[in-house]
Design a protein around this ligand. Structure first.
Ligand code: F6P
Length: 351
Protein backbone atom coordinates (compact mmCIF):
# COMPACT_ATOMS: atom_id res chain seq x y z
CA UNK A 1 0.00 0.00 0.00
CA UNK A 2 0.98 3.64 -0.29
CA UNK A 3 0.48 5.29 3.07
CA UNK A 4 0.47 9.03 3.66
CA UNK A 5 1.33 10.38 7.10
CA UNK A 6 0.97 13.84 8.65
CA UNK A 7 1.44 15.50 12.04
CA UNK A 8 -0.92 18.39 12.83
CA UNK A 9 -1.44 20.94 15.61
CA UNK A 10 1.03 21.75 18.37
CA UNK A 11 4.03 19.43 18.17
CA UNK A 12 5.00 17.21 21.07
CA UNK A 13 7.68 14.72 22.05
CA UNK A 14 6.82 11.25 20.75
CA UNK A 15 5.76 12.27 17.23
CA UNK A 16 8.99 10.92 15.77
CA UNK A 17 8.48 7.63 17.61
CA UNK A 18 5.12 7.21 15.87
CA UNK A 19 6.68 8.04 12.49
CA UNK A 20 9.55 5.61 13.12
CA UNK A 21 7.12 2.82 14.06
CA UNK A 22 4.97 3.50 10.98
CA UNK A 23 8.06 3.28 8.77
CA UNK A 24 9.29 0.01 10.29
CA UNK A 25 5.86 -1.63 10.43
CA UNK A 26 4.83 -0.37 6.98
CA UNK A 27 8.06 -1.07 5.11
CA UNK A 28 9.39 -4.16 6.93
CA UNK A 29 6.15 -5.97 7.74
CA UNK A 30 3.92 -5.03 4.81
CA UNK A 31 6.27 -3.79 2.07
CA UNK A 32 4.45 -0.43 2.02
CA UNK A 33 5.60 2.87 0.64
CA UNK A 34 5.30 5.82 3.00
CA UNK A 35 4.86 9.43 1.95
CA UNK A 36 5.20 12.22 4.49
CA UNK A 37 2.86 15.18 4.08
CA UNK A 38 4.58 18.26 5.49
CA UNK A 39 3.07 20.79 7.91
CA UNK A 40 -0.08 18.95 8.97
CA UNK A 41 -3.13 19.48 6.76
CA UNK A 42 -1.20 22.12 4.80
CA UNK A 43 0.71 19.17 3.26
CA UNK A 44 -2.17 17.48 1.43
CA UNK A 45 -3.76 20.87 0.61
CA UNK A 46 -0.63 22.18 -1.14
CA UNK A 47 0.90 18.80 -2.04
CA UNK A 48 3.95 19.36 0.15
CA UNK A 49 5.47 15.91 0.22
CA UNK A 50 8.54 14.05 1.40
CA UNK A 51 8.89 10.35 0.53
CA UNK A 52 10.09 8.57 3.66
CA UNK A 53 12.38 5.56 3.89
CA UNK A 54 13.91 3.61 6.76
CA UNK A 55 16.87 6.00 6.57
CA UNK A 56 14.54 8.76 7.79
CA UNK A 57 13.77 6.68 10.90
CA UNK A 58 17.44 6.54 11.85
CA UNK A 59 18.29 8.35 15.07
CA UNK A 60 14.89 9.98 15.59
CA UNK A 61 13.78 7.80 18.54
CA UNK A 62 15.02 10.33 21.09
CA UNK A 63 14.31 13.51 19.13
CA UNK A 64 11.46 15.84 20.07
CA UNK A 65 9.44 17.66 17.41
CA UNK A 66 8.44 16.07 14.13
CA UNK A 67 10.58 15.36 11.07
CA UNK A 68 7.56 16.11 8.86
CA UNK A 69 6.77 19.48 10.47
CA UNK A 70 3.44 20.67 11.80
CA UNK A 71 0.97 23.54 11.54
CA UNK A 72 -2.51 24.46 12.67
CA UNK A 73 -4.09 24.37 9.20
CA UNK A 74 -7.79 23.66 8.78
CA UNK A 75 -8.84 22.52 5.26
CA UNK A 76 -12.45 23.32 6.11
CA UNK A 77 -11.49 26.99 6.57
CA UNK A 78 -9.66 27.29 3.24
CA UNK A 79 -11.50 27.84 -0.04
CA UNK A 80 -11.53 24.49 -1.85
CA UNK A 81 -9.35 23.03 0.92
CA UNK A 82 -11.07 19.67 1.31
CA UNK A 83 -11.17 19.09 -2.46
CA UNK A 84 -7.46 19.84 -2.67
CA UNK A 85 -6.80 17.24 0.04
CA UNK A 86 -8.82 14.66 -1.90
CA UNK A 87 -7.19 15.55 -5.25
CA UNK A 88 -3.65 15.45 -3.88
CA UNK A 89 -4.18 12.12 -2.13
CA UNK A 90 -5.38 10.76 -5.48
CA UNK A 91 -2.48 12.37 -7.34
CA UNK A 92 -0.02 10.58 -5.06
CA UNK A 93 -1.99 7.32 -5.23
CA UNK A 94 -2.41 7.25 -1.46
CA UNK A 95 -4.38 4.23 -0.22
CA UNK A 96 -4.58 5.42 3.38
CA UNK A 97 -3.65 8.45 5.42
CA UNK A 98 -2.39 8.32 9.02
CA UNK A 99 -3.18 11.61 10.76
CA UNK A 100 -1.38 12.18 14.05
CA UNK A 101 -2.94 14.92 16.11
CA UNK A 102 -5.24 16.14 18.81
CA UNK A 103 -8.84 17.33 18.82
CA UNK A 104 -8.39 19.66 15.81
CA UNK A 105 -6.39 17.35 13.53
CA UNK A 106 -8.50 14.31 14.39
CA UNK A 107 -11.66 16.44 14.12
CA UNK A 108 -10.75 17.27 10.51
CA UNK A 109 -9.88 13.61 9.86
CA UNK A 110 -13.24 12.51 11.20
CA UNK A 111 -15.08 15.00 8.97
CA UNK A 112 -13.07 14.06 5.87
CA UNK A 113 -13.83 10.41 6.50
CA UNK A 114 -17.53 11.00 7.07
CA UNK A 115 -18.06 13.65 4.36
CA UNK A 116 -15.91 12.13 1.61
CA UNK A 117 -14.90 8.63 2.77
CA UNK A 118 -11.23 9.65 2.82
CA UNK A 119 -9.43 6.51 4.13
CA UNK A 120 -7.98 7.85 7.37
CA UNK A 121 -6.65 6.36 10.59
CA UNK A 122 -5.83 8.65 13.53
CA UNK A 123 -3.20 8.59 16.27
CA UNK A 124 -3.96 10.60 19.44
CA UNK A 125 -1.38 13.23 20.34
CA UNK A 126 -1.31 16.27 22.63
CA UNK A 127 0.59 17.36 25.69
CA UNK A 128 -2.77 18.57 27.10
CA UNK A 129 -4.08 14.96 27.37
CA UNK A 130 -7.58 16.28 26.64
CA UNK A 131 -8.63 13.90 23.86
CA UNK A 132 -11.55 11.60 24.54
CA UNK A 133 -11.75 7.85 23.96
CA UNK A 134 -8.19 7.16 25.06
CA UNK A 135 -6.67 6.91 28.52
CA UNK A 136 -3.67 8.95 27.45
CA UNK A 137 -2.21 10.85 24.55
CA UNK A 138 1.54 10.71 23.98
CA UNK A 139 3.44 13.90 24.81
CA UNK A 140 1.62 14.33 28.10
CA UNK A 141 4.02 12.23 30.13
CA UNK A 142 6.99 14.25 28.86
CA UNK A 143 5.18 17.51 29.60
CA UNK A 144 4.44 16.58 33.21
CA UNK A 145 8.00 15.36 33.69
CA UNK A 146 9.21 18.79 32.58
CA UNK A 147 6.73 20.46 34.96
CA UNK A 148 7.93 18.16 37.73
CA UNK A 149 11.55 19.11 37.09
CA UNK A 150 10.64 22.82 37.09
CA UNK A 151 8.75 22.36 40.38
CA UNK A 152 11.75 20.68 42.00
CA UNK A 153 13.85 23.68 41.06
CA UNK A 154 11.24 26.23 42.12
CA UNK A 155 10.92 24.64 45.55
CA UNK A 156 14.58 25.12 46.42
CA UNK A 157 14.75 28.75 45.34
CA UNK A 158 11.36 29.60 46.89
CA UNK A 159 12.54 28.07 50.15
CA UNK A 160 15.84 29.99 50.19
CA UNK A 161 14.05 33.31 49.81
CA UNK A 162 10.87 32.58 51.79
CA UNK A 163 8.95 33.41 48.63
CA UNK A 164 5.73 32.43 46.97
CA UNK A 165 6.27 31.23 43.41
CA UNK A 166 3.59 30.67 40.79
CA UNK A 167 4.22 28.33 37.85
CA UNK A 168 1.98 28.77 34.79
CA UNK A 169 1.71 25.62 32.68
CA UNK A 170 -0.07 24.72 29.43
CA UNK A 171 -3.60 23.36 29.32
CA UNK A 172 -6.08 25.40 27.41
CA UNK A 173 -9.31 23.75 28.47
CA UNK A 174 -8.16 20.92 30.68
CA UNK A 175 -6.04 20.92 33.81
CA UNK A 176 -4.29 17.57 33.34
CA UNK A 177 -0.79 19.04 33.13
CA UNK A 178 -1.37 21.30 36.15
CA UNK A 179 -2.94 18.54 38.24
CA UNK A 180 -0.51 15.72 37.52
CA UNK A 181 2.57 17.98 37.22
CA UNK A 182 1.51 19.75 40.42
CA UNK A 183 0.95 16.50 42.24
CA UNK A 184 4.34 15.15 41.15
CA UNK A 185 6.03 18.42 42.12
CA UNK A 186 4.32 18.90 45.50
CA UNK A 187 2.32 22.01 44.59
CA UNK A 188 0.77 23.88 47.49
CA UNK A 189 -2.15 24.90 45.30
CA UNK A 190 -3.27 23.80 41.83
CA UNK A 191 -5.61 25.90 39.72
CA UNK A 192 -7.32 24.46 36.66
CA UNK A 193 -9.67 25.61 33.89
CA UNK A 194 -12.40 23.24 35.06
CA UNK A 195 -12.91 24.84 38.47
CA UNK A 196 -13.47 28.52 39.25
CA UNK A 197 -11.32 29.78 42.12
CA UNK A 198 -11.81 32.37 44.80
CA UNK A 199 -8.64 34.46 45.11
CA UNK A 200 -9.37 35.14 48.78
CA UNK A 201 -9.44 31.43 49.54
CA UNK A 202 -6.20 30.87 47.65
CA UNK A 203 -4.60 33.74 49.60
CA UNK A 204 -5.79 32.26 52.92
CA UNK A 205 -4.38 28.86 51.99
CA UNK A 206 -1.03 30.40 51.07
CA UNK A 207 -0.94 32.19 54.44
CA UNK A 208 -1.38 28.83 56.19
CA UNK A 209 1.34 27.24 54.06
CA UNK A 210 3.70 30.19 54.69
CA UNK A 211 3.13 29.86 58.43
CA UNK A 212 3.88 26.14 58.28
CA UNK A 213 6.75 25.98 55.78
CA UNK A 214 7.91 29.55 55.14
CA UNK A 215 7.38 29.40 51.38
CA UNK A 216 4.88 28.17 48.80
CA UNK A 217 4.80 27.00 45.17
CA UNK A 218 1.59 27.09 43.16
CA UNK A 219 0.72 25.70 39.72
CA UNK A 220 -1.86 27.30 37.48
CA UNK A 221 -3.05 26.13 34.05
CA UNK A 222 -2.98 28.81 31.35
CA UNK A 223 -6.71 28.23 30.75
CA UNK A 224 -7.78 28.75 34.37
CA UNK A 225 -10.15 31.70 34.67
CA UNK A 226 -9.24 34.78 36.64
CA UNK A 227 -12.44 36.41 37.98
CA UNK A 228 -14.27 34.06 35.60
CA UNK A 229 -12.36 35.23 32.54
CA UNK A 230 -9.59 33.65 30.50
CA UNK A 231 -6.37 35.66 30.40
CA UNK A 232 -5.42 36.25 26.76
CA UNK A 233 -1.99 36.89 25.30
CA UNK A 234 -3.50 38.84 22.41
CA UNK A 235 -6.80 38.92 20.56
CA UNK A 236 -5.68 36.55 17.79
CA UNK A 237 -7.39 33.27 16.97
CA UNK A 238 -5.95 30.31 15.08
CA UNK A 239 -7.62 28.40 12.18
CA UNK A 240 -9.58 26.33 14.69
CA UNK A 241 -10.88 29.39 16.56
CA UNK A 242 -8.59 29.04 19.59
CA UNK A 243 -7.45 32.20 21.34
CA UNK A 244 -3.84 32.52 22.49
CA UNK A 245 -3.70 32.25 26.25
CA UNK A 246 -0.97 33.45 28.60
CA UNK A 247 -0.35 35.69 31.56
CA UNK A 248 -2.63 34.23 34.20
CA UNK A 249 0.38 33.29 36.37
CA UNK A 250 1.46 36.94 36.54
CA UNK A 251 -2.10 38.04 37.36
CA UNK A 252 -2.35 35.48 40.13
CA UNK A 253 1.07 36.40 41.58
CA UNK A 254 0.17 40.10 41.66
CA UNK A 255 -3.18 39.49 43.32
CA UNK A 256 -1.65 37.12 45.89
CA UNK A 257 1.08 39.60 46.76
CA UNK A 258 -1.53 42.32 47.29
CA UNK A 259 -3.69 40.09 49.46
CA UNK A 260 -0.98 38.40 51.54
CA UNK A 261 1.87 40.90 51.59
CA UNK A 262 4.26 38.02 50.69
CA UNK A 263 6.83 38.50 47.97
CA UNK A 264 5.38 36.55 45.03
CA UNK A 265 6.85 35.87 41.59
CA UNK A 266 5.52 34.07 38.55
CA UNK A 267 7.05 32.15 35.70
CA UNK A 268 5.54 30.55 32.63
CA UNK A 269 6.99 27.28 31.34
CA UNK A 270 5.43 27.79 27.90
CA UNK A 271 6.81 25.81 24.98
CA UNK A 272 9.57 24.25 27.07
CA UNK A 273 6.83 21.74 27.94
CA UNK A 274 6.51 20.74 24.29
CA UNK A 275 10.18 20.52 23.42
CA UNK A 276 13.08 18.12 23.77
CA UNK A 277 13.44 14.43 24.17
CA UNK A 278 10.39 12.24 24.91
CA UNK A 279 10.25 10.23 28.13
CA UNK A 280 10.56 6.44 27.90
CA UNK A 281 6.80 6.20 28.48
CA UNK A 282 6.00 8.49 25.53
CA UNK A 283 8.52 6.70 23.30
CA UNK A 284 6.83 3.39 24.04
CA UNK A 285 3.30 4.76 23.72
CA UNK A 286 4.11 6.54 20.43
CA UNK A 287 5.75 3.39 19.10
CA UNK A 288 2.81 1.16 20.06
CA UNK A 289 0.36 3.65 18.50
CA UNK A 290 2.39 3.76 15.27
CA UNK A 291 2.56 -0.03 14.94
CA UNK A 292 -1.17 -0.38 15.63
CA UNK A 293 -2.07 2.40 13.16
CA UNK A 294 -0.38 0.54 10.29
CA UNK A 295 -2.17 -2.69 11.25
CA UNK A 296 -5.48 -0.80 11.22
CA UNK A 297 -4.70 0.55 7.75
CA UNK A 298 -4.05 -2.97 6.50
CA UNK A 299 -7.32 -4.16 8.00
CA UNK A 300 -8.91 -1.21 6.12
CA UNK A 301 -10.54 0.00 9.31
CA UNK A 302 -10.80 3.63 8.34
CA UNK A 303 -12.39 6.37 10.43
CA UNK A 304 -10.77 4.72 13.46
CA UNK A 305 -8.25 5.97 16.01
CA UNK A 306 -5.74 3.89 17.96
CA UNK A 307 -6.30 4.25 21.67
CA UNK A 308 -4.77 3.25 25.01
CA UNK A 309 -7.25 1.53 27.28
CA UNK A 310 -5.78 0.12 30.45
CA UNK A 311 -2.51 -1.26 29.17
CA UNK A 312 -3.88 -2.38 25.80
CA UNK A 313 -3.80 -0.61 22.47
CA UNK A 314 -7.26 -0.86 20.94
CA UNK A 315 -9.10 1.13 18.28
CA UNK A 316 -12.13 3.38 18.55
CA UNK A 317 -14.34 5.42 16.24
CA UNK A 318 -12.61 8.79 15.69
CA UNK A 319 -15.92 10.55 16.28
CA UNK A 320 -15.90 9.29 19.87
CA UNK A 321 -12.58 11.04 20.44
CA UNK A 322 -13.52 14.46 19.09
CA UNK A 323 -16.31 16.99 19.61
CA UNK A 324 -15.96 17.28 23.37
CA UNK A 325 -12.75 17.53 25.35
CA UNK A 326 -11.69 15.18 28.10
CA UNK A 327 -11.46 17.39 31.15
CA UNK A 328 -9.71 16.36 34.36
CA UNK A 329 -10.85 13.53 36.52
CA UNK A 330 -12.72 15.42 39.26
CA UNK A 331 -11.96 12.77 41.85
CA UNK A 332 -8.24 13.06 41.19
CA UNK A 333 -8.38 16.86 41.44
CA UNK A 334 -10.38 16.68 44.68
CA UNK A 335 -7.70 14.42 46.15
CA UNK A 336 -4.98 17.01 45.51
CA UNK A 337 -6.85 19.53 47.71
CA UNK A 338 -5.52 17.99 50.92
CA UNK A 339 -2.21 19.61 49.98
CA UNK A 340 -3.73 23.09 49.53
CA UNK A 341 -2.60 24.93 52.70
CA UNK A 342 -5.42 23.68 54.92
CA UNK A 343 -5.56 24.27 58.67
CA UNK A 344 -5.35 20.97 60.61
CA UNK A 345 -8.93 20.11 61.42
CA UNK A 346 -9.02 16.80 63.27
CA UNK A 347 -7.72 16.03 66.74
CA UNK A 348 -5.87 13.07 65.21
CA UNK A 349 -3.98 15.46 62.96
CA UNK A 350 -2.86 17.60 65.92
CA UNK A 351 -1.27 14.84 67.97
O1 F6P B 1 -0.94 21.72 21.67
C1 F6P B 1 -1.59 22.15 22.81
C2 F6P B 1 -0.96 23.42 23.29
O2 F6P B 1 0.35 23.16 23.70
C3 F6P B 1 -1.76 24.12 24.38
O3 F6P B 1 -1.50 23.63 25.65
C4 F6P B 1 -1.39 25.55 24.19
O4 F6P B 1 -2.40 26.42 24.62
C5 F6P B 1 -1.22 25.65 22.71
O5 F6P B 1 -0.89 24.38 22.25
C6 F6P B 1 -0.19 26.65 22.26
O6 F6P B 1 -0.22 26.68 20.88
P1 F6P B 1 0.81 27.41 19.97
O7 F6P B 1 2.09 26.64 20.02
O8 F6P B 1 0.20 27.38 18.62
O9 F6P B 1 0.98 28.78 20.52
Amino acid sequence: MRIGILTGGGDCPGLNNVIRAVLFQGIKKYNDEVLGYLYGWKGPINNLIKPLTLADAEGIFNQGGTIIKSSRTNPYKIEGGTQKVIDNLKLNKIDALIAIGGEDTCGVADKLYRDFKVPIVCVPKTIDNDLNATDQTFGFDTAISIVCDAMDRLHTTAKSHDRVLVLEVMGRHAGWIATMGGMAGAADYILVPEEAFDINKVAEAIKVRKKEAGYAVLVIAEGAKFANEEVLKDGEKDAFGHVKLGGIGERLAKALEEKTGFETRAMSLGHVQRGGSPTAFDRVLGTRYGLAAVDLVHRKQFGRMVSLQGNKIVDVDVKDAVGTLRTIDQELYEQTKVFFGNEIKSAAGVS
